[in-house]
Design a protein around this ligand. Structure first.
Ligand code: NAD
Length: 430
């Protein structure tokens, strides 16, 4: 099938490439001409394991192409996926301007019949609004159907998640459109669940809110662990053995971040407020997460008293390993809080320094090795559990740092291992 994707970011590029891989003819369109030029030169605009090879394979086969020309991309397109960003605005509400602008471009180039497939995460009711907007804006009397097809991939394992997802959700009020999207996805061999538009929209938000709540839940239990002398890893493991609970998303740490969970939790709370529903549990999950992101700094303050003019290393800047995405990263938040306390910071991350620099500028030093970041530091904060950070030998913390004091926000080392070194070690819930 011929498919056009509007928005060639983390979701658009991965989805487009995977749709090409299963045999469809895919055009990825983006307003960011620099991004498209990079892609046409065989380079990726962001880091995602395995994606470069798959893009190369599918562009060479002729099934995948990139353009920033809206006419080329959209005129005569009968199947259009929307994968533009829906970020959180300054006011905490979802900014739908990219989505509206995409809808207006689609309306401008509308053919006689079009099916819009919404992959962007959009507040409940937005799919209807977009369909009406395209109908109202277009000069043509075209037949427009809209399908909600929310995306569940995780950055860092996005290709795996696309091919081995637990489910594909398809929501539409049009049977024919839903069946067509089902047919497109059939080669993935993943269970497909069809429902109405609003339910599909809400499945996405409820899933993310549930996972965020699970993280906040275990982080709250971690606080009790520290008080009563229990070990959060044993507690989480013991809980996770119960199949009703499951072991995933039960890792205590410094809380969730990234471009999805914080904004999706906010958007769901916002929707509930509009409908006079009080989401007590989800609001609490958000509050716990905000507090959790301060936890390492509180531990450092307790240890040192004032942090003024202390030298600290930050290990990890991306919001999680295997991505260079720093949107809403707990690391950036921590960096800003430490800067407010007058700490001198040197940060290391294997791939995210360029992105972090766009937010932090020259307020901190950046280092290209873990060793350089640790050299003469008085404390080290482990923020993102990249493999190379998790595996960094403890002996080197001792050798390189002025004082080997580690605040580990990801519980990277076992307590037994740490006890073999003259290192002061503070972790979460242990
Ligand atoms: P992104 O910022 O990486 O990419 C969005 C792209 O859309 C950008 O390249 C931007 O230039 C482009 N764009 C903006 N306006 C456009 C327009 N009018 N026409 C064409 N292109 C336009 O965003 P993302 O992370 O891919 O997220 C996209 C959507 O998917 C969001 O709604 C997000 O919540 C959702 N989502 C993201 C993830 C994730 O892990 N990133 C997972 C699931 C769902």
């Amino acid at each position: 099938m011929k498919i056009t994707l509007v928005g060639t970011g983390h979701v658009g590029l991965v989805t487009g490439t995977c749709l090409a891989e299963i045999g469809h003819m895919v055009t990825c369109y983006d307003i960011d001409s620099e991004k498209i030029k990079l892609l046409n030169q065989g380079c990726l605009p962001f880091y995602e394991p395995g994606l470069k090879e798959l893009v190369k394979k599918n562009t060479e086969s002729g099934r995948l192409s990139f353009t920033y020309n809206d006419r080329d991309a959209l005129s005569n397109s009968e199947l259009i996926y929307i994968t533009v960003g829906t970020p959180m605005g300054q006011d905490g509400k979802i900014d739908l301007s990219y989505l509206f602008s995409a809808a207006d471009r689609i309306a401008e180039h509308l053919s006689n019949e079009v099916i819009i497939v919404m992959k962007s995460t959009v507040p409940i009711g937005t799919n209807r609004i977009i369909k009406e907007r395209i109908q109202a804006t277009s000069s043509k009397q075209a037949l427009i159907e809209i399908v909600s097809n929310p995306e569940f991939l995780r950055e860092g394992s996005a290709i795996h998640d696309t091919f081995f997802a637990d489910r594909i959700v398809i929501g539409s009020d049009c049977k024919y459109a839903a069946e067509l999207v089902e047919e497109i996805n059939q080669p993935f061999g993943i269970p497909i669940f069809k429902t109405d538009l609003q339910s599909a929209e809400l499945i996405k938000y409820s899933s993310n809110a549930f996972l965020a709540t699970k993280i906040s839940f275990i982080n709250e239990i971690a606080q009790i662990c520290e008080k009563v002398g229990a070990n959060i890893e044993d507690v989480a493991y013991g809980m996770g053995l119960d199949s009703r609970i499951g072991s995933q998303f039960l890792r205590a740490g410094i809380g969730y971040g990234g471009s999805c969970f914080p904004k999706d939790v906010n958007a769901l709370i916002d929707t509930a407020v509009k409908h006079n529903v009080d989401l007590t549990i989800i609001k609490a999950a958000k509050v716990v997460n905000q507090d959790q992101q301060n936890i390492l700094i509180k531990k450092a303050e307790q240890r040192f008293g004032s942090l003024l003019n202390k030298k600290a290393a930050i290990l990890g800047l991306s919001f999680k390993p295997n991505t260079d995405d720093v949107r809403d990263s707990p690391a950036l938040r921590m960096v800003n809080m430490l800067l407010d306390e007058g700490v001198k910071l040197v940060a290391y991350d294997p791939v995210s320094i360029n992105n972090a620099r766009k937010h932090l500028g020259d307020s901190i030093y950046y280092s290209s090795t873990i060793e350089d970041a640790l050299l003469n530091a008085e404390m080290a904060f482990i923020v993102t559990d990249w493999d190379e950070i998790k595996r960094f030998p403890l002996s080197k913390f001792k050798d390189l740092m002025f004082s080997p004091i580690i605040f580990d926000g990801r519980n990277c080392y076992s307590l037994q291992e740490v006890s073999q070194y003259p290192i002061e070690y503070y972790s979460i819930g242990r």
